[in-house]
Design a protein around this ligand. Sequence first.
Ligand code: GDP
Ligand code: IMO
Ligand code: MG
Length: 427
Amino acid sequence: MKADVLLGLQWGDEGKGKIVDVLTPNYDIVARFQGGPNAGHTLEFNGQKHVLHTVPSGIFHDRCINIIGNGVVIDPVTLYKKEATNLIKAGVDIKSKLLVSKKAHLILPTHRFLDAASEAAKGKEKIGSTLKGIGPTYMDKTGRNGIRVGDITHPDFKKKYDFLVAKHAELLKFYEFEYDLAAAEKEWFEGIEFLKELQHIDSEIYINHALSTGKSVLAEGAQGSLLDIEFGSYPFVTSSNTICAGACTGLGLAPSKIGEVFGIFKAYCTRVGSGPFPTELNDETGQTLRDKGNEYGSTTGRPRRCGWLDLPALKYAIMLNGVTRLLMMKADVLSGFDTIKICTHYKFEGATIDYMPYNVNEGELIPVYREFKGWKQNLTNATSISDLPAELELYIRYIESQLNVPITLVSVGPDRKQTLYRENVTI
Ligand code: GDP
Ligand code: IMO
Ligand code: MG
C-alpha cells in the first residue's frame, strides 16, 4: 500500500481538518507530519465544533489510529490542556487511539519566549508568528540541541532540560525580554507527565509496517505550501516543510510510498501574518469575504487577510506537491457577489508573468484578473453537485482547465455533511 497525503496549497487554513475528518472512514491510520500548535484544524459535526492543534484530525473516528509523527513539534501544555482534556470530555479514548513518535521534538516554555522576543525585536518586519515557539524549536532541532519525546522517560531528562533552558536564558538576555519561567514550567511539567501516559512509538517503523500489511494511511499536513520553509515567501514562512516532501521526512515514508496527493484550496485566498499576498483586497470586498467566511484565525483569533483566488500561486503549489486531486473549500462564501475574480497572471516590471519572482516589494506585483459572473443562491443546503449553480460550475471548470488537475470535491459549509463529490470528472 501507499500513503495518501492531504495538504494545503495556499497560506494555511484551507479546511484541512474538516476534510481529513471527512476522509478518515477510508483510512486505518491518520498521521500528522509537520508543524505543531501553530496549526488550528477545525472540525464540525453533530452541531459541535472542535479545534485541534497537534492531534491528527482522524481522532473522532473509532477505528482509526492517529499518529503524531517525528516531523511534528509538540508543546505538552497545548496537547494536554487544549486538546486532550477536551477530547476526553468529548468521550474520545485518546490513550488507545493516539500514538506519538519518540522522535518528535518538544517545544519548551523558553522556545515560546524566544519566539515572542524575536518577533518583538523585529518590530514592523515581524513574521507574524503564532508565538507558539515553532521557529526556535525547529532551530534547536536542526542545530542538534533539541529534546525529543523519547527523552522524557530517560534519567537524564531534567538535566538535558535544564541545560537547554540555561542556554535559552542567555539568548533571552540578548533580547532583554522579560518572562515568568516558574509559572510556565509548572504547567509544562504537568503536560510532560500527561505525555508520559501516551504510547510512544518508532512511528516510521509502525507506519511502514502498517503499509506492508495492507493498512491504509492518510498523512495530514499543517500550514500551507506557500508557508513552506524552502519555497514559501521567505522569511514570511513557517519553519518546516509543509509540502509533500515533508510527509516523507516527517513520517519516514520513501517517495515511492506516496499515493494520492490531495491538494486543498479555498475558492478564494486568505493569509494570516505578514508577507506578500498579491491578490489581497484591502477594501469592502475583502471585508465581505472575511465576514462571510468567518476568516479569523483558529489558533490566534487574528483577522485573516482576504483576496481573490491566485492561479499562479496555485500552479506553483501543485508543481511542488505533485497534486493528483484538488479539493475546493468554502465555495459557499462566494455566494452573493455580482462578479468574482480570478488572478491568472501578474504584471511585474512591465512584463506579464505567471510565477512569484524572488524578491517582491509591496505593490510591485499587479494581479491580472479574469472576471466571472457570480450567483446569489445559498449553497450551504446543497446535497449534490447538481444543486450547485451553473455559474459555480463554470468557475470550477475554468480553474481545472488552467491547473490540469481535477477538482473532485467541493465544500459548501464547515460541517462534515456539507461536502459534495464531483464524480467522474474529466478535464
Ligand atoms: P485548517 O487549518 O486547514 O484545518 O483550516 P481552519 O480550521 O483553520 O480554517 C477553516 C475554517 O473554515 C474553519 O472555521 C472551518 O470550520 C471552516 N470551513 C471549512 N470548510 C468550509 C466550507 O466549505 N465553508 C465554510 N463556510 N466554512 C468552512
Ligand atoms: P494551519 O495548519 C495559517 C503562519 C503565521 C505566520 C507564519 C509563521 O491551521 O493551516 P509560525 O508560528 O509557524 O512561526 O508562524 O505562518 N501560520 C499559519 N497560518 N494557518 C496555519 O496553520 C499557520 N501556521 C503558521 O501566521 O505568518
Ligand atoms: Mg487552521
